[in-house]
Design a protein around this ligand. Structure first.
Ligand SMILES: N[C@@H](CCC(=O)N[C@@H](CS)C(=O)NCC(=O)O)C(=O)O
Length: 85
């Protein structure tokens, strides 16, 4: 997969809706003017369905071409390094 992709859940309960940490990565991309897309993994079965990409079954995680990373802080550092601003 090419380009920046922010991965998040396909659904979240009402309580945390709007507070999921993919917001941090989306915001950073918007501020930095970095083109990105958003894709989802299923919320149901999160305990096991994407452990190879986020070992705690959480979101967000980020891919940038062949590079994949988890932890929103690590993603933010990666985006900051790509930014010219
Ligand atoms: N330290 C992690 C925390 C991520 C995190 O807490 N993600 C929440 C959504 S904001 C999550 O996936 N919760 C679902 C779960 O833990 O089952 C990060 O910042 O990337």
């Amino acid at each position: 997969m090419s380009g920046l992709i922010i991965w998040t859940y396909d659904w979240v309960p009402q309580g945390p809706r709007g507070f999921v940490r993919d917001l941090r990565l989306r915001w950073a991309c918007e501020e930095a003017g970095l083109f990105y897309s958003v894709r989802t993994v299923p919320f149901d079965g999160r305990e096991t369905n994407h452990l190879s990409r986020q070992p705690f079954g959480q979101v967000p995680f980020l891919s940038d071409g062949a590079l994949e990373m988890f932890e929103s802080g690590a993603g933010l550092l990666h985006l900051a390094r790509k930014s010219e601003n």
